[in-house]
Design a binder for this molecule. Structure first.
Ligand SMILES: CC(C)(COP(=O)(O)OP(=O)(O)OC[C@H]1O[C@@H](n2cnc3c(N)ncnc32)[C@H](O)[C@@H]1OP(=O)(O)O)[C@@H](O)C(=O)NCCC(=O)NCCS
Length: 377
């Protein structure tokens, strides 16, 4: 029998509870690794920058930017957003409404008090959960649903059926290797390419994400989407690096061990100088028996440079016998070019990007920009 909702609340798990919950969720997410390796990986992830200073509570606090032109604030301001991961109910407790209720309660922890005043907490749910000291008020939260669009949409803060996380442009573009290497457009792009390239390891990639984040801020001064309010996560502080670390158990077995994690155009001012307006970063998802994939976590390129950049990434992927190169949220102006090289852009049916705003403005006035793989968790 299910416990009454009023007897359920949310609180941060103790280290022992975290350990126990990871042991339970291993059956779900332990693909290709032993229990020991799974627990070791998660323990190691706890020490990475993405999780430090209480950023990880199986929801991740991340820095983001918010530009609100309705209030005449063209200079984007720093805000916090959360990425929610690993929603899990042990098999024996499923279908009792626990996961749905947990997700409803989560808004009461993440949203600003002004948005969800304590006095409006549904009385039939008992007392509102208390926000732990290390949780900051969020402007928004996101998650990536593997159980369709409806379940999370139905998890509103008042139990309403449409107040939860809303499906938001879950697009992917993929290229199949090796057939792609016969594509004439790509071959031509490689031959006529004008740019010189710099291949970058892990720490240099962090520097590129820092530069990228500054460009986000500049770009948001004008509304590219036409919506008065734009929000984004930022790729630095371990956010984009998360996926590289998460898959390390697999890619470190490759020979030779991959040492490049991004590529950037060189700028005209010397061999070491890079131009972050043209770059891509990635991780390698090599988990037998699935096909090998190179996942582009972040990509920035003007149309005139995109195919040249793509040709470089595909060549790198070839070394590791990659079957598929994938990117999420490819900018619209690059999609036709992607198609011309045999790339396929489609709406994903898994990892569905879903967004919940805690701002006072109407959801239809808010655009989540840079909805790409770098902020997946
Ligand atoms: C998804 C999950 C967390 C739901 O937990 P739960 O406590 O049983 O959820 P609730 O009782 O609150 O709600 C049950 C609802 O979940 C939804 N649901 C569960 N699994 C689903 C799936 N694979 N696809 C679509 N909806 C699903 C259904 O709407 C179900 O409603 P129903 O009882 O009318 O069929 C649980 O099934 C689980 O741990 N699954 C494995 C891990 C996972 O896939 N997590 C989600 C990652 S995004």
């Amino acid at each position: 029998m299910a416990l009454p909702l009023s007897s359920l609340t949310l609180f941060p798990a103790t280290p022992a509870q975290v350990y126990e919950s990871r042991k339970r969720s291993f059956v779900q997410w332990g693909r290709g690794v032993s229990l020991e390796a799974y627990l070791r990986r998660d323990a190691r992830m706890d020490n990475h920058e993405v999780a430090r200073d209480g950023r990880l509570t199986t929801w991740y606090r991340r820095e983001g930017l918010l530009a609100n032109r309705q209030e005449g604030k063209n200079i984007p301001q720093k805000v916090f957003g959360y990425g929610i991961a690993s929603v899990f109910t042990p098999t024996e407790h499923r279908k009792k409404g626990y996961a749905r209720h947990m997700m409803r309660l989560l808004h009461w922890i993440l949203a600003p008090k002004l948005k969800l005043p304590v006095g409006t907490f549904p009385p039939e749910w008992g007392a509102p959960p208390e926000r732990p000291g290390h949780i900051f008020e969020a402007a928004f939260s996101v998650l990536y649903s593997d159980v369709g669009a409806d379940f999370y949409a139905q998890c509103g803060p008042y139990g309403e059926s449409n107040g939860g996380w809303i499906l938001t442009e879950p697009t992917a573009t993929t290229w199949s290797l090796p057939t792609i290497f016969e594509n004439e457009t790509l071959l031509a792009a490689k031959e006529t390419g004008q740019l010189a390239w710099k291949w970058l390891g892990g720490s240099s990639t962090n520097e590129i994400w820092d530069a990228d984040a500054k460009l986000f801020a500049d770009e948001m001064k004008t509304a590219a989407t036409g919506k008065p309010i734009e929000v984004t996560f930022l790729p630095q502080k371990g956010v984009a690096g998360f996926q590289y670390h998460r898959l390390q158990y697999f890619w470190e077995k490759l020979e030779p061990i991959p040492k490049f994690w991004s590529i950037c155009a060189q700028s005209g001012s010397g061999e070491d100088a890079v131009d972050p307006t043209t770059f891509a970063s990635w991780t390698l998802d090599i988990r037998p028996p699935d096909e090998n994939a190179l996942i582009i976590t972040r990509l920035r390129a003007r149309p005139e440079h995109f195919l040249e950049l793509l040709a470089q990434i595909l060549e790198y992927a070839r070394q590791y016998k990659v079957d598929r190169v994938e990117v999420w949220g490819l900018p619209r102006e690059l999609r036709e070019l992607a198609t011309s090289t045999g790339g396929k852009t489609f709406a994903r049916d898994d990892h569905l990007s879903s967004f919940k705003s805690y701002l006072k403005e109407k959801p239809e006035d808010i655009a989540w920009i840079h909805n790409e793989k770098f902020c997946w968790c």
